[in-house]
Design a protein around this ligand. Structure first.
Ligand SMILES: Cc1cc2nc3c(=O)[nH]c(=O)nc-3n(C[C@H](O)[C@H](O)[C@H](O)COP(=O)(O)OP(=O)(O)OC[C@H]3O[C@@H](n4cnc5c(N)ncnc54)[C@H](O)[C@@H]3O)c2cc1C
Length: 464
């Protein structure tokens, strides 16, 4: 047994250091099962002090490591690609402080996203970034990935809601970035850290902004007979100067999967696609904008636009949308959830091409995504045991990425580069860009021990 394992056991106890290969299997991948690499060990710290102790041991022994929240990531970010140690932070799940006067909360990184909103709901607040995985993913994982969600169209991504972080750097040193919301002076290291995909250090405390619940909410469902019309309606709504709080698209394959699952929401299975549109704000303006949206959807070919009658119907529609990946997951042993972003106005030309790519590779694909943000999530159902199908999935994904970049988009809207998209980085960055990023990373992690093998490609024995 490596001496560092004994040292980790001294910090957290023998029971809380997993090394049995069978138990490590649960940590061999995250939500993207196409990348599998079992770690050498998994350790379960319960406090920031334990995280510091663990990181210092691993740094001294030059053992690579990474943090893991709920493992719902969809870019292979929480996978120990070099067989290092996973610090599983799920037990650091306490809400430490709620301060309504300053509209903020201080939490540990393992707090589940939805739990924070539930904790402040009775007082009339919510935590705005709401990934569809919000009933499982952690706020630490959200910070690392700069997570988005349906309502980020209006409210902004995670980075817009994080005020401060306590971080354990890869050498075990503790730093505080940002604070309690007063304008920081100096370089915006907090902004730099959010979205660094676990490569700059481990977050042990997060201060987030709380948002006041809106006075009124209205949820609409518009259904269309072609995806091109659906895409055009998205652009028309935004071009009309309306900013819905959410503007989500689900295509027929997704609708069918949802309706055949426990998330069935009464979606029309004969539609080519639906838009789930939510408006919030002052009651009078919500009412007026809803009328405009019905009009715009009809002009762009909507067959029907319904308005959720009550909270129960609204909740059902959202359960259908947020359960869509889960519903698709029932179809085949594995699901590749891709993530790219394109200029919204190119949706009508890009989406049909994405279907053509899948058809050319003989793959089954469904699309569900934050259309208002220009986000794209082509989901490919496949069987990871079939090596030819895996090859076709990878080739189709590359073509989709090339297409998105060609129309002015980029490689990820919210899931991060992780391990999955490393090979595509040269599609958008030059060698000089990548080298500049590697230099920034080296400021935080000069030894390259923290979540190695992610974000930046390694070529010619040189890590960019
Ligand atoms: C069904 C489903 C729906 C999803 N919907 C969305 C969506 O709408 N929007 C969206 O943005 N994402 C979505 N995701 C992706 C995923 O949920 C997010 O990326 C989420 O932020 C990951 O959180 P996690 O706790 O599971 O992190 P993990 O998967 O455990 O880790 C993700 C990355 O964060 C790092 N990390 C975790 N904790 C810390 C920490 N404390 N300090 C430093 N680094 C850390 C890890 O090293 C890893 O690189 C979805 C995933 C699923 C399965």
């Amino acid at each position: 047994m490596a001496s560092w394992i004994a040292e980790l056991q001294e910090i957290v106890g023998r029971e809380d250091v997993l090394t049995d290969p069978e138990r490590l299997l649960a940590y061999e991948c995250d939500g993207l099962s196409i990348h599998k690499h079992p770690p050498a060990a998994v350790v379960f710290p319960e406090s920031a002090e334990e995280v510091v102790g663990i990181v210092k041991v691993l740094w001294r022994h030059r053992v690579p490591f990474l943090a893991r929240g709920a493992g719902t990531g969809l870019s292979g970010g929480a996978v120990a690609v070099e067989g290092g140690v996973i610090l599983e932070l799920a037990r650091m799940n306490h809400i430490l402080e709620i301060d309504y006067a300053n509209r903020l909360a201080v939490v540990e990184p393992g707090v589940i996203n939805l739990m924070l909103t539930r904790a402040v709901a009775d007082a009339g607040y919510f935590y705005a970034p709401d990934p569809s995985s919000q009933m499982a993913c952690t706020l630490g994982g959200n910070v690392a990935e700069n997570a988005g969600g349906p309502h980020c169209l209006k409210y902004g991504m995670t980075v817009h809601h994080v005020l401060g972080l306590d971080v354990v750097l890869p050498n075990g040193e503790v730093v505080t970035l940002g604070g309690h919301g007063t304008d920081a002076v100096g370089y915006d290291l907090l902004g730099l850290f959010v979205g660094s995909e676990g490569t700059f250090g481990i977050v042990t405390k997060i201060t987030v902004r709380l948002t006041r619940q809106p006075q009124a909410v209205k949820t609409l469902l518009a259904d269309f007979l072609s995806v091109e019309d659906t895409s055009r309606a998205v652009s028309a709504i935004i071009a009309a100067g309306i900013l819905p709080s959410a503007l989500e698209m689900m295509d027929r394959a997704t609708i069918e999967a949802v309706e055949a699952s426990v998330y069935a929401a009464g979606l029309p299975t004969d539609a080519a696609a639906v838009l789930l549109i939510e408006l919030d704000g002052l009651a009078a303006s919500v009412e007026h904008e809803a009328e405009r949206i019905v009009e715009l959807c009809r002009t762009n070919g909507a067959r029907q636009v319904i308005v959720a009658r009550d909270e129960a119907e609204r909740a059902r529609l959202w359960a259908g949308r947020k359960g869509a990946f889960g519903a698709l997951g029932r179809i085949s042993p594995d699901l590749m959830v891709q993530d790219a972003v394109i200029p919204r106005s190119t949706l009508p030309e890009v989406l049909p091409e994405v279907y053509r790519i899948a058809a050319r590779y003989g793959l089954r694909m469904a699309n569900v995504f934050h259309a208002g943000d220009g986000n794209l999530h082509p989901n490919i159902c496949f069987d990871g045991r079939d090596s030819d199908e895996v090859r076709r999935v990878k080739e189709a994904c590359r073509e989709i990425m090339e297409l998105c970049v060609r129309v002015g988009g980029t490689l990820t809207g919210e899931h991060g580069i992780g391990l999955d998209k490393i090979a595509y980085m040269p599609l958008v960055f030059t060698d000089d860009d990548l080298e500049a990023m590697a230099r920034v990373r080296a400021v935080f992690d000069p030894e390259g021990l923290c979540n190695p093998g992610k974000v930046l490609p390694v070529r010619r024995c040189r890590a960019f």
